[in-house]
Design a protein around this ligand. Sequence first.
Ligand code: ADP
Length: 493
Amino acid sequence: MNLTTKFVLALVLATSAVLVVDGYVTVRQAVVFFEDDMRRQAELTGRGLADLVEDAWRLGNQERAIKVVEEAHAERPTMGIRWVWLDASLGNSHAPVAPAELLRPVSRGSEVFFKGLDAKGDKRLYAYVPVAVDPARLAALEISQSLAPLNEYVRSTILRTALLAALILALSTCLFLFLGVKMVAQPLQALIEQTRRIGEGDLSPAPAVHGRDELAKLARALNAMCVQLAQALERARTETDARMAATEQLRHADRLHTVGRLASGVAHEIGTPLNVISIRAGQIARGDLPSQEASECANIIVAQVKRITTIVRGLLDFSRRRRLSRTPSSLRAIVRQSLDLLEPLAKKSRISLSVAGEEMPDVAHVDADLVQQLLMNLLMNALQATPEGGRVEVAVLRERVRPPVDVGGSEGEHLCVQVRDNGAGIPAENIPHVFEPFFTTKDVGEGTGLGLSVAYGIVRDHGGWIDVTSRIGEGTCFSVHLPLEDRPCPQES
Ligand code: ADP
């Protein structure tokens, strides 16, 4: 039931109640007034007549007394006037209509009033006025008046009140329905429509509303809110864009730094093929090789160039600037790619790089390039912390765990990548700071302090988290947890 119908119904009920009460009180008052009037008339008529009758009786003229009563009856057609003996038995022409027990006060000289039916079945008001004529017998004048006019009056009053009520109700219902629809239902519908649009993200203000009532004020306030929300949204968008650009720049700087670190390993790695190319090219250039051998040298040169190209392309791919984009990717494949890139550097430092853990479904919805960047940062740190001849191991596992409180969410399946080294370890007092930007224990030019903070940001952007455990002299283990199902990623929204 809508608001207008409720208002109209309440109004109809309230008006009906008032009209019914008013009609009832009016009719009650009219009945009381009417009856009082009838009693007074009967009383006055009765008393005057009683004096005349008593005088006539006293003078011994009983016929005259009864005649007076009959004449009085004849003169007043609306009244029935009779001489009654109170002890007359039922059926006697002078027996009273009212029952004997009601007429007792008459013996004490008081008038008695009674409402009853006459011989025709019509309702009448009977008045009994005592007449002191015979000390041995109680006599009274019975004066009756028909109650039909009163009943008629009551009926017509009820009818008039009912008609009036119906008219008022019909008019007020039409008026309130019209006003309710025009002034309440339509503006409310427009407000509901606007709030629905706001809920769907459409913040364009509704057409301007004029008027000074509460609904008009509410509509204007809603419009103002839309404008403010749109501005706030625009500000938030600009700030998010700026933050994304800054994060991207930071990640790019971190990438270039890693590329710089890789360069020494790469230089070593491409040194050997370059030597081979140089020697073979020299042999061909001297022109003293038989054509069969020259062709072999040329093939060797081609193979070495391919090897160099692969190494350089890997480096270039890694250093390229990209935007976040998540696709289903195998974590084990990303780990292998990262290890391939680091292989030259590890070889140079005589550190063994290996992948542990059993083969199992390891596809997560991630940005493969960013996950590679975070793994490269962890692996590069591990290599730097591990002495010659040491070991760096990467494991890809599936775990059912509950995310920490600051990440939130319920217990669920996660992919966990662990990067473990048997290097120097991190002093306990440094552990709370390692993920802070620009925290580094390395020499100037060696470390930027960005690697782990960038890694932390990448993991959080994927709805995951990163932990570290370390013992001085024994080694360090970084564990990256990534959810299997998507969690909201702030930069993608
Ligand atoms: P950077 O490597 O440029 O110093 P990071 O943010 O990558 O910056 O690392 C911060 C610090 O954390 C490092 O300077 C180092 O002290 C410590 N650290 C990180 N990984 C390891 C590790 N595997 N072993 C020992 N210390 C580490």
